[in-house]
Design a protein around this ligand. Structure first.
Ligand code: UDX
Length: 439
């Protein structure tokens, strides 16, 4: 199948390369010439495990990259994969990239083409796009994406589920919707043959599925972080609490890791845009709890700065603080709304001398917070430090030995922002160990 992918970021580049690996003929389109140049040279423009291999292995005739919208002509299925960031100064999602993508696409669409929306949008957007597309004779399917950064290739080729939002008339899928579905089934023939569950529904439900899933995940994380606050007030241990409640299969242990909380390009902005949309729909009360989810999450960052102050006898002014991690999570170089970087910047603003390290995200971090100092290794970052903060749980930081790191610091004080270190081992090596929600 000849397909086009519009928007070549974390979602689109991975989607394009993954679809080519399934044997489709794919053209990836983006307005960013630098990104396209990198992809043409078979280089991933960002860190995403597995993507470099897919780019390397792809048949260059099957996977092409362009900035020219005319190149999408002839494709039968067009995936819209552009970003929908939070609007400046508002909670709403900014749909300017979605609108621009459709404007670029529209002149090249033929009757019978399928436009597949994958971007995360406020519910109601698909209905509007379908109307705009009507004169072209193309059909819209809403097919939300659930990929996690760092696992993008796996999640694209072997997702937990596939969701199609099809056009309906009186609750019944239209004939054009059925024809479009048949084409998308062909595109996804390999994952569908694996038995991956397919949920076929209407536009509104498909759009809501994505934000509902992200809201649930954010709520789960903030729930355990709220429990961490209770643990701090009572001397209890949130990691043992999470283990214990997580054994109940109805609750489950995944996404119950307390610590610095969630960040990234999706969860924070998605819950905010969802609240904004609920307000427009007159059902804000239904999502009022997400305000609290957001607030709990943000409080963890503030609490971590307080904890740094506590271990420094009341003041971080002039103290040297090493921050291990800048990415919003391990396995990614993405620093959008990164809890690690947010805490690092806050400590720097409050007078500390902060040095940040990260295995992948230093360049992106520097571009966001040029005032911070950066080091390439944890040892370099921690040299002479009064406090070390583990802020992103990269495997290499998990594996750090308290004795070896103890040799380079000025004071053996560690803040475990992700609750992944063994407190007993660090304390036995003479470190002051503090964490969020642990005694
Ligand atoms: C998320 C969704 O998981 C994915 O399905 C959706 O398509 C996009 O948004 P992603 O942003 O890549 O994916 O990150 P995710 O792995 O969900 O982690 C989000 C944040 O939550 C990270 O900052 C992570 O450190 C934090 N987190 C995660 C916790 O603080 N505790 C946990 O237990 C799990």
């Amino acid at each position: 199948m000849r397909i086009s992918v519009i928007g070549c970021g974390y979602l689109g580049a991975v989607h394009a390369a993954s679809m080519a690996s399934l044997g489709h003929e794919v053209v990836g389109l983006d307005v960013d010439a630098e990104k396209i140049a990198a992809l043409r040279a078979r280089r991933a423009p960002f860190y995403e495990p597995g993507l470099p291999e897919l780019l390397e292995e792809a048949d260059p005739d099957l996977l092409t990259w362009t900035t020219d919208p005319a190149a999408v002509a002839g494709a039968r299925v067009h995936f819209v994969c552009v970003g929908t960031p939070q609007m400046r100064g508002e909670l709403h999602a900014d749909l300017q990239y979605v609108d621009a993508a459709l404007e670029a696409l529209m002149p090249h669409l033929r009757p019978g083409d399928v436009v597949v929306g994958k971007s995360t949008v406020p519910v109601g957007t698909a209905e509007r796009i379908a109307e705009d597309l009507a004169p072209t004779g193309a059909t819209l399917i809403w097919n939300p994406e659930f990929l996690r950064e760092g696992f993008g290739v796996h999640d694209t080729l072997h997702p937990d589920r596939i969701v199609y939002g099809l056009p309906t008339d009186g609750g019944v899928t239209t004939a054009a919707g059925e024809a479009a579905r048949a084409l998308l089934d062909e595109v996804y023939a390999t994952p569908l043959a694996e038995g991956i569950p397919l949920v076929v529904t209407d536009y509104a439900t498909a759009q809501l599925v994505k934000v509902a899933a992200n809201s649930f995940l954010a709520t789960k994380i903030s729930f355990i972080n709220a429990m961490a606050e209770l643990c701090e007030a009572t001397g209890a241990d949130v990691t043992a609490l999470a283990d214990a409640i997580g054994h109940d299969v109805r609750i489950g242990r995944r996404f119950l890791n307390a610590g610095l909380g969630f960040g990234g390009g999706c969860l924070p902005k998605d819950i905010r845009a969802f609240m904004a949309r609920a307000g427009e729909l007159g059902v804000f009360d239904a999502l009022r709890f997400l305000q609290e989810v957001d607030a709990v999450n943000m409080r963890r960052r503030v609490r971590m700065v307080d904890l740094a102050r506590e271990v420094c006898d009341g003041s971080i002014v002039g103290r040297r603080i090493a921050v291990l991690g800048a990415a919003f999570k391990p396995g990614s170089d993405d620093v959008r709304d990164s809890p690690a970087l947010s805490v690092a910047a806050q400590m720097q603003l409050q007078g500390a001398h902060v040095t940040v390290t990260d295995p992948q995200a230093i360049d992106n971090a520097r571009a966001t917070w040029a005032d911070l100092r950066f080091a390439t290794t944890p040892e370099e970052a921690a040299a002479g430090a009064d406090v070390v903060l583990l802020a992103t749980e990269w495997p290499e930081y998990r594996a750090l030995g308290p004795e070896a790191l103890g040799q380079v610091v000025a004071h053996r004080r560690i803040l475990d922002g992700r609750n992944i270190l063994d407190p007993a081992a660090w304390r036995a090596a003479g470190w002051t160990y503090r964490a969020l929600g642990r005694p």
